[in-house]
Each structure stands twice: as C-alpha cells, then as structure tokens.
Design a protein around this ligand. Structure first.
Ligand SMILES: [Zn+2]
Ligand SMILES: [Zn+2]
Length: 323
C-alpha cells in the first residue's frame, strides 16, 4: 500500500535574527498533501517560494510571540490576499497570541481580504483531525507563554497477510478491504473468515515533535516519548550554557539529553545562534556525544519521516493507512 507521506522542511533555522546563511524560525510540515507552518519568522514567505511550499495552507501554529517567530505572517497574509485567497487561515498560538496576531492583521494600510481565525491553545489541548492530532504542550521559555507541538498520527490497521488470504480462498477485492478494517466475511461456499485470521495487531502511527524556544524540560520529554523525529531548539554550545539558562534557551547537549531521555529516534537541531551560523561543528559534536542520531538543520533541510516498519507495508487492500 502506498504509505501516507510525512515530511518537514526547515525554512528558517537562525535564532533571534537572520544571518547571511539562515533565516529566522519557520518549519513547513507536509502530510499527504496538507501543509502546516510551525512559526513564521520574517522572510518566511520567500523561503516558501524558494522551497516550493504551498501558499494554500490552512493552519499556522505559533510557538510564542517573540518577533523572530511571527513577524513573517504580516507579509505572508498580504501575499495570500493578492493571490485572491478566499479560504480562512487559522492562526494557532499560546495564551495572548490572538491579540498580537490581530495587530499583524491590521498593520499597514492594506487590508487582508479573507477570513482569519485566531485560536489560543492551552498546554495539553489537542487539535483533532481525521487521521492525526496536533497536541500542544508547555515549553519553558522565560516567562512568556510558549508551546511546543506534537503531531501524532492515529493507530494504523494491522498488517494484512495476502498469502494467507489466498490460501484460505478469499478472493482479492472488496473482501480484503473489509477484513482489513476488522469485519468478518462469508465466502461463497459458506465459510466465515474473521479478520483475526488475516490481520496483525494495530500499529502505531508516526510522531513528530517541535519544541519552539525552550529550556530543556520534562514536558518535552513526555511529548517526545518514542517520537520518530524531535525538532529541538539548540541556540548555544556548551561554552554558553550559562547564557542559555539565562535567556530561556537550550544548548545542543541539553537538547540531545532530552532526545535521549524521551527515546526519540532522530533529533534535528534548529534556532542556531548567529555566532554558529556558518560553523555548527561544535554543536553537532556536543550533541552527538549524548545522542548519536543528531543533525543540525540548515535552511532548506528536508526530512522524510517513514513509518518505523517501512518496507514491510502490507498488500493493497484499498484501505488507507491511518484509517
Ligand atoms: Zn526565537
Ligand atoms: Zn523566543
């Protein structure tokens, strides 16, 4: 069965201000053709053009209201309006975000001609969709309301065994799909076949966690438990650990410890201080001493997230994964 795609693209990976190499925070996540933005720093729309991210997206999630995470929405909204957009754009963020984002809507003389919906989320709150949820959790960033987000896919159906189905004389077609969905079928010769004969146990979906700006914290460890990909901020290296603590940020090593404690499969580091913009080798080395599967993101870095059991997808029964 063709697996449901899930990927992320780093649009901006610099902390606080842009550098020659890096724009400020934004990540595009694309799941089976549906696009989300996580943060929208200054210049995000141009990065979207550069990397082919769809402007038709419906949801932007804001981790917090520091300007390096939200200023880009001012221009992005105007471009969407120029494109004749009619669909609503939903802007999700922590407590107090709607007031700030409304100012982004009214800034300047040109109006935004499509509906904007402001939704504030509390830690633990969950945006449920058919096949996945986006769960907000509390980040620890100065005294600013700040959220991280976990995209969690629903359980998938168990693996369908086509060889066994043929052995049992179940004709390929709608009956396979019914069995895969857990419904027993009756063959032409009157035999009853139950799903337990052909379908394995349900399997977990994927989990992607994005922290936004934060100190290392237990809420991230909880949210990222077993995550396929953890995107954690890593503003500083060991030598500026004190500064990281004072400014509500993390070092690369601290981020790696969070990934290790959470049992994540893979760690991507972003929100890199300007002083390491060109050379991230210290950050990478320090993180990998704790968590080997670490990569420092650059603007444009794309990450495909496969199912942990990829390559072993079951036969095509016409039932989509995540159903
Ligand atoms: Zn920031
Ligand atoms: Zn911040």
């Amino acid at each position: 069965m063709p697996a449901v795609s899930l990927s992320l693209r780093f649009l901006g990976t610099s902390a606080s201000r842009p550098t020659v190499e890096r724009g400020v925070s934004s990540i595009a996540v694309v799941r089976e053709g549906e696009t989300f933005l996580f943060d929208c720093g200054e210049g995000t729309q141009r990065q979207m053009m550069r990397y082919g991210v769809a402007f038709s997206l419906r949801d932007i999630f804001f981790s917090h209201m520091h300007v390096d995470h939200m200023l880009g929405v001012v221009g992005l909204m105007r471009t969407m309006a120029l494109q004749g957009r009619e669909d609503a754009l939903r802007l999700w963020g922590p407590a107090g975000s709607s007031k700030v984002l409304r100012r982004a809507e009214t800034l300047g003389a040109d109006r935004v001609g499509f509906p904007l919906e402001y939704r504030e989320l509390s830690p633990g709150e969950c945006v449920r969709r058919d096949d996945y949820s986006i769960v907000a959790f509390a980040a620890d960033h100065m005294r600013t309301p700040a959220l991280g987000f976990a995209l969690v896919e629903n359980l998938r159906l168990g693996r369908f065994n086509p060889d066994r189905a043929r052995e049992l004389g179940v004709p390929e077609g709608p009956m396979w799909g019914r069995l895969h969905r857990g419904i027993a079928v009756t063959l032409e010769d009157g035999r009853q076949i139950g799903p337990e004969q052909l379908v394995g146990p349900t399997r977990p979906g994927r989990k992607l966690v994005i922290t936004g700006d934060t100190r290392p914290c237990d809420a991230t460890i909880d949210a990222a438990t077993g995550a396929d990909v953890l995107v954690h901020e890593a503003t500083f290296s060991d030598e500026e650990a004190q500064r990281a603590a004072e400014t509500g940020h993390s070092t690369a090593r601290e981020a790696a410890l969070v990934a290790s404690r959470a049992g994540a499969r893979r760690l991507l580091l972003t929100h890199i201080s300007a002083r390491y913009s060109r050379d991230t080798s210290d950050l990478e080395r320090e993180a990998r001493e704790v968590f080997q599967a670490t990569q420092i993101a650059r603007d444009g870095t794309e990450v495909e997230i496969a199912f942990p059991d990829a390559g072993a997808e079951s036969a095509d029964t016409g039932v989509a994964a995540g159903a």
